[in-house]
Write a protein that binds this ligand. Structure first.
Ligand code: ATP
Ligand code: MEV
Ligand code: MG
Length: 302
């Protein structure tokens, strides 16, 4: 039996805009999805969502992984078991982590010889198929770890501050949110395109501040990014409540992470202030998770 794990992520900048080729800065976090794989007499996929065979409804990502990996290994029957520290459908890249960890588990189990770049690239193809339209960001960061600028694939210095995630507990489908932005963009291209361009410019402006650990400047720009995410319709009352609670409790910055609608927000804070911010989020009745940046992408577990 083989076990592989891959991390989730938060966006410092650029979700949605990156789908249209703008730059984003994305940060792998120390919450992981673990996938066990072993040869079996049939195909079985077990997760918190249920136990199925190949099933495009319940397990669209993992089913596609198995189908695509058949081109690289002699996969007849396999049992895949998934455990995740990432809330499902919440903006922390649960779909990318489960996809990347599953690809790598089969890659190892069947000695397929795929390199990390190929794992990331297959992950992106699968996200695109299931999500309708997807950037390579989540799957690349889950594969490589660290803090990465996409589409440049430039690795930036890691974050050393605390990362606090607030989960509204409201499921959000990335596929749906991406489609909503596409529709708004089609309706008002002259308004929406400049907003997406400005988000991309913000990532470029922020890059040197990330590399210099200048959290104050990064934070100011992240808060502006939050306003622009609201403008393109991916905010929500529950998210805003947590964003303002975190800022009022002393967060350096607070914004949506990932697709939005529901799901999670992310706040940056000094290690000293992190507990206070988590309490402020919990006082609003939401789950708060304290985490940090990880340099480790997908890996084989002992
Ligand atoms: N633990 C898991 N086991 C099986 N499938 C999972 C698991 N976690 C996520 N998934 C798959 O990913 C889907 C959610 O992906 P989606 O892209 O909508 O949200 P996300 O990846 O959590 O958020 P974002 O894309 O905004 O970061 C689930 O519906 C399921 O198909
Ligand atoms: C909303 C989005 O930008 C981020 C989802 O985590 C979609 C994508 O990049 O594929
Ligand atoms: Mg996703």
């Amino acid at each position: 039996m083989i076990t592989c794990s891959a991390p989730g992520k938060v966006y410092l900048f650029g979700e949605h805009a990156v789908v249209y080729g703008q730059s984003a800065i994305c940060c792998a976090i120390d919450l992981r999805t673990r996938v066990q794989a072993e040869e079996h007499d049939s195909i079985v996929i077990e997760s918190v969502l249920g136990t199925t065979g190949l099933d495009q409804e319940v397990h669209p990502y993992v089913s596609r992984v198995i189908e695509k990996m058949k081109a690289f290994g002699n996969i007849r029957g396999v049992r895949i078991h998934i455990d995740s520290e990432l809330p499902v459908g919440s903006g922390l890249g649960s779909s990318a982590a489960v996809t990347v960890a599953s690809i790598q588990a089969l890659n190892q189990l069947y000695s397929c010889g795929l390199q990390l770049e190929e794992v990331a690239s297959m992950g992106h193809i699968i996200e695109r198929e299931v999500q309708g339209n997807a950037s390579p960001t989540d799957t690349y960061v889950s594969t490589m770890g660290g803090v990465v600028m996409i589409p440049e694939r430039r690795r930036l210095n890691g974050l050393e501050c605390s990362i606090i995630v607030g989960n509204t507990g409201k499921f959000s489908s990335t596929r749906e949110l991406v489609a909503n932005v596409a529709k708004l963009r089609q309706e008002f291209p002259d308004i929406i395109d400049p907003i997406l361009n400005n988000i991309g410019r913000m990532s470029h402006l922020a890059e040197e501040h990330v590399n210099r650990y200048d959290y104050e400047t990064m934070g100011k720009l992240m808060n502006v990014n939050q306003g622009l995410l609201d403008a393109i319709g991916v905010g929500g009352a529950e998210l805003s409540e947590l964003v303002y609670a975190a800022r009022d409790a002393g967060a350096i910055s607070a914004k949506i992470t990932g697709a939005g609608g529901g799901g999670c927000m992310v706040a940056l804070a000094s290690k000293q202030d992190a507990g206070k911010i988590a309490s402020a989020i919990r006082n609003k009745g939401a789950e708060a998770i304290l985490t940090s940046n990880t340099q480790e992408g997908v890996r084989l577990e002992p």
